[in-house]
Design a protein. Structure first.
Length: 332
């Protein structure tokens, strides 16, 4: 069985959110395709919290190259997928390395100036959307790019789907307590709409502490580090899924919400262009509250159109076929 190293930050492996879900899904798909995905992460200069000086970002990655290379070499790995641009230098040692970005140097994201120099060294990438493929080519001259979505679990989306369980005033938001995710907007929406039940789901336990700085309205329910089963159960019971982030490389919860037939409210930024169907409504800070209320008031419980679109565009089956083709060319 061929080995492929998956290099991510330690915190990405330990938290119950996008990168870890992707890692587990890729590992399982790899097994089905005869490829062993080996998890690799630096062990020092790692904090349990974001944004501490010297931790969790490219500076921390660069001083961990020895640890990462030792892990790679001890496993006799020649092919590496890395998710953090700070590990671009791996191609100096491993020509068969490819970037799969969980972040992108967009002005909407904190630290984008730090990322930009690393992207000038990227020569091969896998991205989740056609938008990112275009941006890599336009901004950094990277044209050897495969588009493979992080596929949602069809098994979960089928097992938990029950329109009779929808709570018609329930709005769901999934994100992090970070400025570009705009949790402040969600709290303000809840304040102005006390008749709505607003669930805010955070990927890591560390946000239990950081959310204490806010005045949380009584109609907001905070949830932390849910399992995929718990996410899909809550997704099923919600009427509307709302994303108000400034930028996303893929937005897994949005695709999962589509798969569960939710009425979706999303940003009008072009990075969300892949989230499109009859009941996916794009807006901005000026009209989001009105859009969310319109979606809540819709007479239908679910959108079969959204569900059908998601199954055809973002399922695990689509992801598996993408990696089958990618591995066939990359590993030969």
């Amino acid at each position: 069985m061929r080995k492929v190293g998956l290099v991510m930050r330690k915190i990405q492996f330990t938290e119950a959110q996008g990168p870890r879900v992707f890692a587990d899904r890729l590992k399982q798909i790899g097994m089905e395709l005869g490829v062993e995905i080996v998890f690799i992460s630096p062990e020092r200069h790692v904090s349990g919290y974001d944004w501490l000086p010297g931790y969790e970002h490219e500076k921390g990655d660069l001083v961990n190259y020895d640890i990462v290379l030792d892990q790679i070499n001890s496993q006799n790995i020649e092919h590496v997928i890395y998710t953090v641009s700070g590990f671009t230098f791996l191609k100096m040692f491993l020509p068969k390395s490819v970037l799969f970005p969980h972040s992108f140097p967009d002005p909407a994201l904190t630290g984008y100036e730090m990322m930009k120099p690393f992207y000038t060294m990227v020569d091969k990438a896998i991205v989740q959307t056609e938008f990112l493929k275009t941006e890599l080519g336009r901004n950094f001259g990277v044209h050897d790019v495969n588009v493979i979505p992080i596929g949602f679990s069809e098994e979960l989306a089928n097992r938990h789907y029950d329109p009779s369980q929808v709570v018609h005033n329930r709005v769901l938001w999934i994100g992090r307590d970070e400025a570009n995710r705009r949790p402040d907007l969600v709290l303000e929406y809840a304040r102005q709409n006390p008749d709505k039940e607003v669930y805010m789901v955070f990927g890591g336990r560390r946000y239990e502490e950081s959310m204490k700085k806010y005045n949380i309205p009584d109609n907001v329910k905070l949830q932390f580090a849910l399992t995929q089963d718990e996410v899909f159960t809550l997704m099923n019971s919600s009427k509307v899924y709302w994303s108000c982030s400034a930028f996303d490389t893929f937005a897994m919860p949005l695709t999962e919400a589509m798969a569960m037939g939710k009425m979706v409210v999303k940003p009008e930024h072009a990075c969300y262009g892949h989230i499109r169907s009859t009941h996916a409504f794009a807006g901005n800070e000026d009209n989001w509250f009105e859009l969310v209320n319109m979606a809540v008031a819709a007479p239908r419980s679910v959108s079969e159109d959204n569900r059908e679109y998601a199954f055809g565009a973002f399922s695990r089956t689509i992801m598996k076929e993408g990696y089958r083709e990618f591995f066939a060319n990359w590993l030969k």
